[in-house]
Write a protein that binds this ligand. Structure first.
Ligand code: AMP
Length: 281
């Protein structure tokens, strides 16, 4: 497994044999089973697999957790070696944003609502760093988690609009046995908060059950999630959404697929989760 922070070395390994397909999973490290599922699929579907580990400052707001974001490089590298990864790119800020850097990728429409409105500038940072990583690694396929549903919509749009010759693959959300979506940020939770954090999946499941029982009014589905979160004393709701998964426009009445999503604070820890309901008709 080649580990490097240098762009030239990534390119050299990537292009040893142009006939080989490469799967690529960008991450911010502190790896868990959700990341590893992406990596294993990348390895299965391609001749070679690459992973980046980079906590990208451009996607954090000034009041967010950049400084405290958990890191565990040695452990991450051991897990990636075990998963059969061929190349790990671990750039630093000087490599990604050298002096004089001035360019931003901004995906206009689908970056606006939900996470985009709660975290101004977040998706500019994500789109910019992923565009750079695509140009550095030049993967055949790129692997992203459904956990970050809006991110997948934004990045698909970017890849399409900017003609990146990369096949986008979205992997299901990996969950703890009690339903909590795996996230590096779960490590911030106290035991009480960890217990309360199941409220995200409980809220989504309750709205999914209402949908299964025939509820199609967007407001009613959002109210089910809002009420579930309101009943959890340690949780504070940021937003709930029942939206068209392609446009992210809120459904008035659901016609087609429905992306249920929400963001919740447990004290200062902010967690997100979602469930995609496929239209059965
Ligand atoms: P991050 O390190 O949080 O930037 O995540 C790197 C990639 O892993 C992104 O494509 C995430 O959507 C994905 N990911 C994170 N958590 C999960 C999860 N619980 N299940 C599936 N994919 C995940």
């Amino acid at each position: 497994m080649k580990i490097t922070s240098k762009i030239e070395e990534v390119r050299a390994v990537r292009w040893v044999d142009a006939a080989l397909s490469w799967g690529f999973a960008p991450t911010m490290g502190y790896l868990h089973e959700g990341h590893l599922a992406l990596v294993r699929l990348a390895k299965t579907e391609n001749d070679r697999a690459a992973v980046s580990i980079y906590v990208n400052p451009a996607q954090f707001g000034p009041q967010e957790d950049l400084a405290s974001y958990p890191r565990s490089l040695e452990r991450d590298l051991a897990l990636l070696r075990e998963a059969g990864v061929d190349l790990v790119f671990t750039p630093d800020d000087g490599v990604m944003y050298p002096a004089g850097f001035q360019t931003k990728v901004w995906v206009e429409g689908v970056s606006r609502p939900l996470e985009g409105s709660a975290r101004p500038g977040h998706f500019d940072g994500v789109a910019t760093v992923v565009a750079k990583l695509f140009n550095i690694v030049q993967p055949t396929r790129a692997y992203f988690g459904q956990k970050d549903a809006q991110q997948t919509v934004v990045l698909r749009r970017m890849a399409l609009d900017l003609n990146f010759p990369v096949e986008m693959v979205i992997c299901p959300t990996a969950r703890e046995p009690d339903g909590l979506a795996m996230s590096s940020r779960n490590s911030y939770l106290t035991p009480d908060q960890r217990a309360a954090a199941t409220v995200l999946y409980r809220a989504l499941s309750a709205a999914q059950a209402a949908f299964a029982a025939g509820e199609r009014r967007g407001d009613a589905l959002r109210a089910v999630m809002r009420d579930t979160v309101a009943a959890e004393p340690l949780a504070r709701l940021d937003y709930v959404s029942a939206a068209n998964p392609l446009t992210l426009a809120e459904w008035d009445r659901v016609e087609g697929d429905c992306l249920l999503s929400l963001a919740v604070f447990l004290d200062r820890v902010r967690l997100i989760d979602n469930i995609l309901i496929k239209d059965a008709s």
